[in-house]
Design a protein around this ligand. Structure first.
Ligand SMILES: Nc1ncnc2c1ncn2[C@@H]1O[C@H](COP(=O)(O)OP(=O)(O)OP(=O)(O)O)[C@@H](O)[C@H]1O
Ligand SMILES: [Mg+2]
Length: 321
């Protein structure tokens, strides 16, 4: 059966037209489908023009929508998938009408945090259904800045004044390296996590969080989901990690889930390291907006890390052009 017929069967109505949607930072094939009966649905997947990473993660996202019941209260509804030679699409509830951020408010950010915490509590028992996070790419970024002169250079280029940046880096790096290495310790709460929570992957509907783009879901340290998200909120003009984390911990504590101090320090420092080794590198042609979002998250992640560890704050980063 051709793609259109398959979609119409799953959607329960003929398709009038399809419009390509651009929203995230990558080249995913995403479309809004206008149905004859007046409804719209959203199609996300891989097709002509998709890269190998799109094709790799699509079955993961599909399995999450199919099998992880704990996401249902905060995810778009899943109507099923369609595939033909060269195309594979997930059919989702269209949440285009829901509220977008930025602009953030304290209230919206707190609501997001509470809804993420509640989802984490619900999903812990389903964590065994996804791959375990390995820590690859997140636990040794400061180490590579220390040991590799190219990495060090890309990072230092991000500062308005390179020599001030260098003096700061040399003063703090030996404190950061052991901290980032603790990110994956097993003696902290682990569970089912999204791993890519950011404003382009969420909306608010009736005041509640709607979270999509489940392609990178893993079994990992719960605090990673919150700690990786917070710097993006501050970077987009919203509240800080210091303001939001207590709200997350309050919900988790009410469900008997508590975090050791190292979990908090390590997620702040590892998040800063993640962006520190990426934000200053040359643009990737397929992902033209990636470096600017990485720079936007780097500043708050560095600020948060230094604040909670009592380290000197870094000098000014160059502004995003
Ligand atoms: N169910 C939905 N309803 C409405 N819009 C959606 C829905 N799912 C995704 N979008 C929009 O499409 C964009 C891309 O979707 P998604 O985040 O799932 O994929 P992605 O892999 O990040 O894509 P990209 O390659 O664009 O980064 C989102 O940023 C959002 O703007
Ligand atoms: Mg996305």
């Amino acid at each position: 059966m051709d793609l259109r017929r398959q979609i119409e069967e799953k959607a329960g109505s003929p398709v009038r037209r399809a419009v390509r949607v651009f929203g995230g930072y990558g080249p995913s094939a995403t479309f809004r489908l206008f149905l004859e009966d007046g409804r719209t649905i959203f199609a996300k997947g891989a097709g002509k023009g998709s890269n190998t990473e799109n094709w790799r993660v699509l079955p993961i996202e599909e399995a999450v929508y199919r099998n992880i019941s704990a996401i249902a209260p905060i995810a778009p509804r899943y109507y099923g998938s369609v595939s033909v030679e060269g195309w594979h699409l997930l059919l989702l509830e269209d949440v285009s009408g829901a509220k977008k951020v930025p602009p953030w408010t304290e209230e919206l950010a707190l609501q997001a945090v509470r809804d993420i915490a509640a989802f984490h509590v619900r999903a812990v028992s389903e964590a065994g259904n996804v791959d375990k996070m390995t820590g690859k790419g997140v636990i040794d970024n400061w180490l590579s800045i220390k040991n590799n002169s190219d990495e060090r250079n890309y990072f230092l280029c991000l500062f308005q004044n390179r020599s001030e940046g260098e003096a700061w880096l040399d003063a703090v790096i030996d404190s950061l390296i052991p901290m980032e290495a603790e990110l994956m310790r097993p003696d902290q709460p682990w569970g089912f996590i999204h791993t890519d929570i950011r404003s382009d992957n969420l909306r608010f509907r009736d005041g509640n969080l709607v979270l999509f783009d489940w392609a990178l879901a893993l079994n990992g340290p719960l605090l990673f989901d919150a700690g990786f998200f917070f710097p993006s909120i501050e970077g987009e003009g919203g509240p800080t990690a210091e303001f939001l984390l207590p709200e997350y911990k309050k919900v988790m504590t009410a469900h008997g889930i508590q975090f050791p101090a190292f979990a908090e320090y390590s997620v702040a420092v590892a998040t800063a390291g993640f962006f520190a080794t990426r934000a200053g590198k040359p643009p990737i042609p397929m992902l033209p907006r990636l470096r600017s979002i990485q720079r936007l998250q780097l500043g708050p992640a560095l600020r948060w890390s230094c604040n909670i560890l009592g380290l000197p704050q870094p000098p000014e980063l160059r502004k995003n052009e």
